[in-house]
Design a protein around this ligand. Structure first.
Ligand SMILES: [Zn+2]
Length: 57
């Protein structure tokens, strides 16, 4: 067993990317638009992985 990966799982919130899309309305050139920004994933803090608190059943 690889002890390095044990207890870690991919972050499902950001799909391992570490960032999640953060759509927000913005006014650009007087035109309301939906801008997709990216923000650091709050769950994995940008690492893309989460510690598995509970082993999969
Ligand atoms: Zn994440």
């Amino acid at each position: 067993m690889d002890d390095e990966t044990e207890g870690r799982v991919w972050c499902h919130t950001c799909d391992g990317d570490g960032h999640v899309p953060d759509p927000k309305a913005a006014i650009i050139d007087c035109v309301p638009q939906l801008v997709i920004a990216s923000r650091v994933c709050r769950w994995c803090k940008g690492t893309g992985r989460r510690h598995s608190l509970h082993p999969p059943a």
